[in-house]
Design a protein around this ligand. Structure first.
Ligand SMILES: *Cc1c(COP(=O)(O)O)cnc(C)c1O
Length: 427
């Protein structure tokens, strides 16, 4: 017999708390921060605690070189500089992406060329990227959204073929793996973010902060000269005959991380493996429990990818046709009434629809300049990315849990199957 849906006055399927049960180690964070305050260590890089954090993160990822920066976007900008990006070059970024990811490239005068998402993985589609490569393309800038790795084999093959640099937005991807190797140790140069606070912030969080990771000495030295003015021992680190001519002020940006932030990041990094394991267990339980529900499935991952979803949450693909055309918003209202905090939406922000790419903004880039470095920005219109646009109303998001209340995952699954079995009452 059909049960009454909660939205129609029936009993909600979820009766236990949906709050995250995991707690960060606040006392340990306070002790680490206070120790630095007591010691008067409130600045610096290349030594002391900032260096210690870089060593620990490097060991965790397994890569050769790491630099802690002020933010994820400054880590990305350093990656773009490392890649040699400049005025007149093009870089490729997902049409549904993030301005903070490519702002550095934009300000260097490079031109964004947006690409489609793969409708099954919701990640930058390598086949579509291939079609957009021109002789001016210098960088591919994909996002490992929600820590789900992009198709690294396909992207690296494109880079190899066209002599491009892969500058990965790994803001969500600390701990994610490709073929058993951690992101940051797979491609050319990757940028992580330390934004927010655990457990809701980036996988390793410190309030604000970022990390550049690479295995390439040349890319490392270029990132270093771009972002770490007055780093301890920096002159000894620079082996390039050109960069070692620079004074200690390098190129003038002081984009190093704050030591107090890194003290918090160290505590966060310590708990990352535990959080990843528990989050994945709860996610996998939910996936198994709802498997076979027509019209709702977890987003696909590439076979070699091991995603984390700790930041950005769980994404599900919804097929309204299996629900008699029921809009995703209505489905989510019914799920919310059952007690499931599910949301519907687009797979990201429509970057190509920003006023930067749809309107003239006279004077913005300097008097008489049509764009950064006097290179005009491209123009985009609604309809330019039909595959990604068609995902609107087909993507569901659920935050996920590290430590769900006992029985919560089973109840969430029950709620989803209950709504799926009774969707006709919602039409
Ligand atoms: C958080 C984030 C960044 C970097 O952000 P910062 O706030 O500068 O650390 C970059 N890209 C994506 C997709 C992000 O979510």
């Amino acid at each position: 017999m059909a049960q009454a849906l909660a939205i129609h006055g029936g009993a909600p399927a979820v009766t236990v708390s949906t709050a995250e049960g995991w707690r960060r180690r606040v006392e340990e964070e306070k002790a680490a921060v206070c120790a630095l305050i007591d010691e008067g260590v409130l600045t610096g890089s290349g030594s002391g605690l900032p260096k210690q954090f870089e060593e620990e993160f490097k060991e965790y990822i397994g890569c050769k070189y790491v630099l802690a920066t002020s933010h994820g976007h400054t880590a990305l900008a350093s990656g773009f500089f490392a890649a040699g990006l400049g005025a007149g070059d093009e870089f490729i970024h997902p049409a549904f992406g993030y301005l903070g990811s490519y702002a550095g490239a934009l300000h260097m005068g490079a031109t964004p060329v947006f690409c489609e998402l793969d409708p099954e993985t919701l990640l930058a589609d390598p086949a579509d990227i291939a079609k957009r490569i021109t002789p001016r393309t210098r960088v591919i800038n994909p996002i490992h959204s929600a820590g789900r790795p992009c198709d690294m084999d396909a992207l690296l093959a494109l880079c190899e073929k066209h002599d491009l640099v892969l500058v990965e937005d790994a803001a969500h991807a600390a701990g994610s793996e490709w073929g058993g190797v951690k992101i940051g140790n797979v491609g050319h140069i990757a940028a992580f973010s330390l934004q927010g606070a655990c457990p809701g912030g980036k996988p390793v969080s410190a309030g604000e902060g970022g990390i550049v990771a690479t295995n390439d000495r040349e890319l490392y030295e270029r990132a270093l000269v771009y972002c770490h003015l007055h780093r301890s021992g920096v002159r000894k680190e620079l082996t390039s005959p050109v960069y070692s001519q620079l004074e200690e002020q390098l190129l003038g940006w002081k984009w190093r991380a704050h030591p107090l932030a890194l003290a918090i990041a160290r505590v966060s990094l310590k708990t990352l493996p535990e959080r990843l394991t528990k989050f994945a267990a709860a996610r996998d339980e939910l996936r198994e429990r709802i498997q076979g529900t027509p019209g709702i499935e977890f987003v696909h991952n590439y076979p070699k990818a091991k995603g984390t979803e700790l930041y950005g949450g769980l994404k599900l693909l919804y097929d309204p046709a299996a629900f008699g055309g029921l809009p995703a918003e209505r489905l989510c209202q019914a799920l919310n009434a059952e007690g499931v905090p599910m949301h519907s939406g687009r797979p990201g922000h429509a970057e190509y629809r920003r006023s930067l790419f749809t309107q003239d903004l006279p004077g913005l880039w300097g008097k008489g300049h049509p764009g950064p470095a006097n290179v005009p920005l491209p123009r985009y219109r609604e309809g330019d990315f039909p595959v990604s646009e068609a995902l609107s109303g087909r993507v569901l998001s659920l935050r996920g849990w590290i430590e769900p209340a006992p029985g919560l995952i089973a109840q969430v699954a029950t709620a989803i199957t209950k709504v799926a079995e009774n969707y006709r009452h919602l039409l």
